[in-house]
Design a protein around this ligand. Structure first.
Ligand code: PLP
Length: 389
């Protein structure tokens, strides 16, 4: 399919792999587990509109976004399912969220009051999920003081005559990616203590698991699960199962040159030809989200063979050394991430060389790269500008 793409560089997204990863989460969590796929940050950089329309086929309970603006965009595509705004919203955003029927995650009682007031002022109902901080430390009500805020929340919810629905209570693991699950177990215990301390029958659905938590502790995923990275093809943590590959990053050779030994390449002239070499210039750079840290470190696949990136990656161009591939020529596809032939560059390989994680690699791809979606039917579909920028 890549032969038809008229771009200098692009991201290929396999919709069918995304769906199979979601189905796998469902199998692990059990048929009755409410699924809340996380589609924040434009579905981890891949494109929220396509991701949501595909995953809707699996009929998830709701969706997870980070902020009100993402939720409002999603509400325009999705009329009915709950949309949870997971990061604490800024006070000025609450009214807009209420108008778009977003579900707020609550980290303090005064914020809950604000949500309730905005709902009353607009004569609307609003659902909230309470976040319990069991060690993550960035948001949520402190697990140690549940005895105090539990009744306060209950009183508040009761006091707004049914306008506020306390629909759920959740926490978030800080180290579920770690093979040692002791800290996650401690967080689970703290969360359970809070649930016990809440007024009887209150608190709604309880949910804890991100991708790693659900894969490591499937018995907890059944209560509600919020998968993210695994859906999009990232390994969720040490020793956890490989998802299907969802994303490939490819570019095309724009120019091939033969250079004598000693020729330098790129800003800072950090690489020097070791012999008579052939270099291919590819129209992709850190302006597309190709990490500059891969300069003189990363490898790419050309015709299924690994060759090195030479010199510094610049904003719009990257040079690879193809001396051992005498037939490579302009127009040939270069794979920076994903499979080509029998070899594959994984998100994790790229992340480790760039000294970051698979999340930052995915969310770092910029808008200049067209996202080319396929659904396994053999027909590609494009989101964004098919000719790149
Ligand atoms: C992002 C996020 C998730 C998903 O995490 P993954 O590690 O990508 O599976 C789950 N819950 C919350 C609250 C999040 O912010």
């Amino acid at each position: 399919m890549s032969t038809e793409i008229p771009s200098r560089a692009w991201l290929e997204v396999s919709g069918s792999a995304l769906l199979r990863n979601l189905q796998r989460v469902r199998t692990i969590a059990g048929p009755d587990a409410p699924l809340i796929p996380m589609v924040k940050a434009d579905a981890y950089g891949l494109g929220m509109a396509r991701a949501v329309s595909l995953m809707s086929r699996e009929d998830p309970w709701g969706w997870g976004v980070a902020c009100v603006a993402e939720g409002v965009t999603l509400r325009e595509m999705e009329a009915t399912r709950p949309i949870l705004v997971f990061s604490p919203a800024a006070p000025g955003e609450v009214a807009r969220g209420v108008e778009s029927s977003l579900t707020f995650c609550v980290s303090d009682v005064s914020f809950l009051k604000r949500v309730a007031r905005e709902a009353v002022a607009r004569d609307r109902r609003v659902s909230v999920h309470l976040e319990v901080d069991t060690g993550m430390g960035r948001a949520g009500l402190d697990w140690r003081t549940a005895g105090e805020w539990g009744p306060a929340v209950d009183e508040l919810v009761e006091g707004f005559d049914g306008r506020v629905q306390w629909e759920g209570t959740f926490t978030h693991f800080h180290s579920a990616d770690d093979a040692d699950d002791a800290s996650s177990k401690l967080q689970v215990r703290r969360f359970e203590e809070v649930l016990q301390a809440l007024p009887p029958g209150r608190g709604g659905m309880a949910h804890l698991c991100n991708s790693a938590g659900g894969l490591r502790m499937p018995h907890l995923a059944g209560r509600g699960t919020r998968p993210g990275i695994f859906l999009y093809g990232g390994v969720a943590g040490a020793g956890l199962p490989q998802p299907e590959e969802v994303v490939a990053l490819r570019g095309r050779i724009a120019l091939v040159r033969e250079v004598p030994e000693g020729t330098t390449v790129g800003y800072g002239a950090t690489y020097r030809a070791r012999r008579r070499e052939r270099w291919a210039t590819v129209g992709i750079g850190y302006g597309d989200g190709l990490r500059r840290a891969l300069s003189n470190r990363g490898q790419v696949l050309v015709g299924g063979k690994r060759v090195p990136i030479v010199g510094r990656i610049s904003m719009d161009m990257t040079v690879v050394e193809i001396t051992d591939l005498p037939t490579a020529r302009p127009g040939d596809v270069v794979t920076f991430l994903g499979s080509d032939g029998d070899d594959r560059i994984t998100l994790e390989e790229m992340a480790s060389l760039a000294e970051t994680n698979n999340y930052e690699i995915l969310t770092g791809f910029t808008r200049r790269l067209p996202r080319i979606w396929s659904e396994g039917s053999g027909r590609g579909a494009t989101e964004g500008n098919p000719r790149g920028g």
